[in-house]
Design a protein around this ligand. Structure first.
Ligand code: NDP
Length: 479
């Protein structure tokens, strides 16, 4: 139809000089400035942009901050670097049982933050290069929708046949007197100029627990305040209680079933009033009570998109919004807020729309890790949810002293759990707390996705001596 129309158009333009005809032709054929505009150069947006460009699309990516997004600049990567750094104190303590005389006094916090920042600069430049190398144009600025096919950035309006919103999320701070003025979030916690002597962390989710482990490992007097009886709501109940015990064993002070009522000034920093009547004085207070999709500044109504009640952009399995030209992936959709999920969604979008290979991403059985000390690895539902889904399940658990602890004297237990659908014998979930849990569960995740049965696990020879072998040697179901 466009060619038919061009026939009529070209007849009308035939009297014009050739360069004008060519410009008019180009403007007509290339109805939009780009085939795709991506809003946000985080994990999901960059993957979608690179793959779409690889499929031949003309792509622009608009980013107001540093390319790399939450994971690379303010999340997974710097968090894990600090986590590595904080783990040396426990390693040093364990080393004594092996004959080492180790002193770990005098940690240089500014040196660590500077080294971390050098690494982030390196990764940011890689992200820039990845986009450039793929042929996608990176445009600096904050984007707003200006219609179903138009985006404004500064005083420019750009058009595209399709728009992908991958704007991520940001920390959400509850309304509590003094909290917003005084608390840091994970963003600032990764960039503190000095290591605090004490910190109160509010929340019982992934971020709260990981940062509690980090600060505790660096010798900071760490308090974790959360409203539930146990942290990590949504995880298997045994995992929740075992991690609470382990974190307490590492020296973190837990305040379960507690909310913060007020934060005020105190000599050393902040006076944090808790619902149980006590007041903690701490140099820092960090809030980690969840994250909200970054939709506030996008002017979504200009394109006719209404957000959901958490501020998320509602999408279907194809990551399509209610507007046919606009798609969204990653945390801004508030499906499963994990980097690899955003990457998978971005890749599937590119393959479906520009690669001629329509596909969707499965959001079930997504393995994840919580990088606490000790870490948690998990794939599949917790026991309660597994019973609700599968009915009759058989549960295997194991709790043991890791071999390394026998000389180090550390009393922390490793915990493992397998949940099996009794009727089919399929392993539907695996959970672990202990050294390398994330690394181990990644492999178990493949088996769960592949539909391995408990008989398959039993037929697998263990690697000895490892903790992971326990996953293939558990034989007696729990009562
Ligand atoms: P989470 O949703 O995991 O946890 C939020 C915590 O804050 C919960 O304990 C929740 O309690 C509590 N909370 C929420 N609102 C309030 C309130 N008004 N008052 C008091 N407490 C409140 O959020 P996070 O910020 O920890 O992490 C966000 C997401 O980022 C995670 O869900 C995860 O998807 C991702 N992430 C993943 C990581 C990884 O893979 N290792 C690491 C870091 C983040 P309750 O449970 O009672 O509602």
């Amino acid at each position: 139809t466009r060619l038919d129309a061009w026939g009529k158009e070209s007849a009308a333009l035939s009297c014009l000089p050739r360069p004008i005809c060519l410009a008019a032709w180009k403007a007509f054929i290339m109805k939009y400035d780009y085939d795709l505009i991506v809003i946000g150069a985080g994990s999901g947006g960059v993957r979608a942009a690179r793959m779409s460009a690889g499929h031949g699309a003309r792509v622009a990516v608009i980013e107001g901050d540093r390319p790399g997004g939450t994971c690379v600049i303010r999340g997974c990567v710097p968090k894990k670097l600090l986590m590595y750094g904080s783990a040396f104190s426990a390693d040093a303590a364990d080393a004594a049982g092996y004959g080492w005389q180790v002193s770990i006094d005098g940690h240089d916090w500014p040196q660590l933050i500077a080294a971390k920042n050098v690494e982030l600069d390196r990764l940011e430049s890689i992200y820039r290069w990845l986009l450039e190398n793929a042929g996608a144009e990176l445009i600096a600025g904050w984007a707003q929708l200006a219609g179903p096919n138009a985006v404004s950035v500064g005083d420019r309006v750009l058009t595209a046949e399709r728009i992908l919103i991958a704007a991520g999320g940001a920390p959400h701070i509850p309304e509590i007197p003094g909290l917003a003025e005084r608390a840091i979030t994970s963003n600032e916690a990764l960039d503190l100029a000095e290591r605090p002597a004490s910190i109160v962390i509010y929340g019982g989710g992934y971020i709260a627990l990981e940062f509690a482990s980090i600060f505790n490992g660096f010798g900071v007097d760490t308090h974790l305040v959360y409203r539930g009886d146990l942290p990590l709501r949504g995880f298997d109940e045994d995992v929740r209680s075992e991690i609470a015990t382990a974190l307490e064993g590492r020296g973190i002070t837990l305040h379960p079933g507690t909310v913060i009522e007020k934060v005020a000034d105190a000599g050393i920093g902040h006076a944090i009033s808790l619902s149980n009547g006590s007041v903690i004085e701490a140099e820092q207070i960090m809030v980690a009570t969840g994250r909200a999709p970054n939709t506030g500044g996008l002017q979504l109504d200009a394109a006719g998109i209404a957000v959901g009640k958490r501020g998320e952009i509602p999408v279907n399995a194809d990551s399509a919004t209610s507007v046919p030209s606009i798609f969204a992936v990653g945390d801004v959709t508030d499906r499963i807020n994990l980097t690899p999920v955003a990457i998978a969604e971005g890749h599937a979008f590119a393959d479906s729309i520009f690669g001629g290979r329509p596909r969707t991403v499965s959001h079930s059985n997504v393995p994840s890790a919580v990088f606490t000390q000790p870490p948690i690895g998990s794939v599949g539902p917790g026991e309660k949810e597994a019973r609700a889904i599968h009915g009759d399940v058989t549960v295997y658990t194991s709790k043991f002293n890791a071999m390394k602890n026998n000389l180090s004297g550390r009393s922390e237990k490793t915990f493992m759990k397998l949940i099996v659908d009794t009727a089919s014998d399929k392993v539907v979930a695996a959970h672990m707390i202990g050294p390398d849990a994330g690394e181990i569960i990644q492999g178990i995740g493949v088996a769960v996705i592949a539909g391995a049965t408990k008989a398959d696990f039993d037929a697998t020879i263990g690697i000895h001596p490892t903790a992971a072998e326990e996953f293939v040697t558990m034989r007696t179901p729990r009562d």
